[in-house]
Design a protein. Structure first.
Ligand SMILES: [Zn+2]
Length: 225
């Protein structure tokens, strides 16, 4: 263990991100028990899965799926909390690799991976974009380009859970912007999110990306709630 690792170890004790039990020397980030109990959705095997259906009539996606099932009290919920609020970017990468394996299995030919961006103010507050951590794990498996600069979040939206679908749409349709449109012309992009709930954030991204000539969009997430 080098000095940097020991230093990081002060802040990230060697405990499982799912159950907080101590990890053995052979385990990393997630313990064997939590791994084997993580419920997979197998949505990637079915084009008309729950996540894909969320976007029917909203944007014509090439493909959409989530890898895991997410419900109150399961260890995945702890992992997502760890990723979003406790600075555990590693668990995002580990889960992202599992998402990437399913992209490979579903034979989607991706040109560019794009994580859902955070607003700069939120990025500064959190210090990192959790969707980028997941995207890095996916990239490790797919070995293709990752673009973290082209899609920008212009508006810092508040929580959208209590709004109606129409209000949400009005709220999301102009919150994203694009920096360099030509770089994505005729490309198949893979949008990456952590947990998809209403789908309105992804819909907002698609509204902006969809203005690019010849673009094809697929969507993946660690889970959808
Ligand atoms: Zn565990």
């Amino acid at each position: 263990m080098n000095l940097l690792q020991s230093f990081i170890g002060l802040f990230y004790p060697n405990i499982c991100s799912g159950c907080s039990k101590g990890l053995s020397s052979k385990e990393q980030t997630i313990c064997v028990s939590c791994w084997s109990n993580l419920p997979k959705s197998y949505e990637y095997k079915n084009l008309t899965n729950h996540t894909a259906k969320l976007f029917w009539g909203r944007y014509p996606l090439e493909n959409a799926f989530s890898t895991f099932l997410y419900y109150r009290g399961n260890s995945l919920q702890n992992m997502i909390y760890d990723l979003k609020y406790r600075g555990n970017q590693k668990v995002g990468e580990v889960l992202g690799k599992e998402v990437g394996k399913e992209v490979l299995l579903s034979n989607i030919k991706i040109d560019v991976i794009i994580p859902v961006p955070l607003h700069p103010a939120k990025l500064q507050k959190r210090g990192y974009n959790q969707s980028l951590s997941i995207a890095l794990g996916i990239q490790e498996v797919l070995n293709c380009q990752l673009n973290n600069e082209v899609l920008l979040r212009k508006v810092n939206t508040d929580t959208q859970t209590r709004k109606t679908k129409f209000e949400r749409w009005e709220n999301v349709k102009d919150i994203f912007g694009i920096e360099n449109k030509t770089s994505l012309e005729n490309k198949h992009v893979l949008l990456v999110d952590d947990v998809i709930t209403t789908g309105s954030t992804i819909e907002g991204c698609c509204h902006s990306l969809g203005t690019i000539k010849g673009i094809k969009i697929s969507v993946v997430a660690v889970a959808s709630a």
